[in-house]
Write a protein that binds this ligand. Structure first.
Ligand SMILES: C[S@@+](CC[C@H](N)C(=O)[O-])C[C@H]1O[C@@H](n2cnc3c(N)ncnc32)[C@H](O)[C@@H]1O
Length: 274
């Protein structure tokens, strides 16, 4: 397992995922209803954009650094901009917050958050970052295998599934996990992040996810940065949202459009599967 998210932190794909995550958290935090968030692949939670990994990839330049410099960002990108400002108390954008930081910061009293990270070094950093936070637990374990067991009976659930997709079976495991979560809580909302390489891989995944979710509504939001004609490249990213809240199509369209707009061949596409 070689994947290190520090190389990719704050890239276009993080912007899509994290802007959507912040919108979902807000929609799901209905007054009086405690929310339980499960994050199957947490990473270390906070990334140094001046570090060797981010410096080598340069991916944040066309992602968060470009977004932070915009005069008139799309409304649904503003919560992410505000969170990144909060993570950078001294003004300059040198840190990028990952899903654990964003989720932990959004929790209300009574909400809870459980996060898996399988790499011991990354998990150690994550543990330090979240130490002492009320309602937060971290596990150095396989999130695909462990997530369903940490759902809480009677709670409202949001499950984020964000694997590295270094292994071919990450697609099948993500779809299967959505099915397992829904078998325990039919109303759970599941957000899966995917790389977009070629349409065949996306189609097979969507079919598997529909089968696993057995009739639950599935939205697919594609942020294509360039045409999908080289399957060896990450040509964009997609989100699959199961049991999403009202307004999901417009919200995800706005986010995908905002992220793809700077690319000359960029294209946003949001559709309901089935
Ligand atoms: C894409 S990163 C997660 C980024 C994070 N969700 C965010 O948005 O900031 C994927 C992470 O999953 C970890 N990982 C890989 N396989 C895993 C597994 N089966 N269970 C839990 N973590 C895993 C990797 O070590 C890596 O840190």
């Amino acid at each position: 397992m070689n994947y290190r998210h520090a190389f990719h932190a704050g890239n276009f794909a993080d912007l899509v995922k994290h802007a959507a995550l912040l919108w979902l958290l807000k929609q799901m935090q209905a007054p009086g209803d405690a929310l339980r968030v499960i994050d199957t692949h947490g990473g270390s939670g906070l990334y140094d954009l001046r570090g060797p990994e981010a410096g080598r990839s340069g991916e944040a330049q066309a992602g968060i650094l470009r977004l932070m410099a915009q005069d008139d960002p799309a409304p649904l990108m503003k919560p992410l901009i505000a969170a990144v400002r909060a993570a950078n108390k001294h003004g300059e954008t040198v840190l990028y917050p990952g899903s654990p930081w964003l989720i932990a910061r959004a929790l209300r009293p009574g909400d809870t958050y459980g996060v898996f990270e399988m790499q011991p070094d990354e998990h150690r950093r994550l543990g330090r970052l979240l130490a002492g936070r009320a309602g937060v637990e971290t596990w150095c374990a396989d999130g695909f295998a462990g997530a369903a067991a940490v759902l809480a009976p009677g709670a409202r659930h949001l499950v984020l599934v964000d694997p590295p997709f270094e292994r071919a079976d990450d697609y099948v495991r993500a779809a299967d996990l959505a099915g397992t979560v829904l078998a325990r809580d039919g109303g759970a909302c599941v957000l899966i992040w995917l790389p977009l390489k070629d349409l065949h891989t996306l189609d097979v995944f969507v079919r598997d996810l529909e089968d696993a979710c057995d009739g639950a509504p599935v939205l697919i939001a594609e942020a294509r940065m360039r045409p999908l004609d080289d399957p060896m490249k990450m040509n964009g990213c997609a989100l699959a949202l199961v049991n999403g809240p009202a307004g999901q199509v417009q919200a995800l369209e706005e986010i995908c459009q905002a992220v793809t707009a700077p690319s000359p061949a960029g294209k946003a596409q949001v559709w309901m599967a089935g």
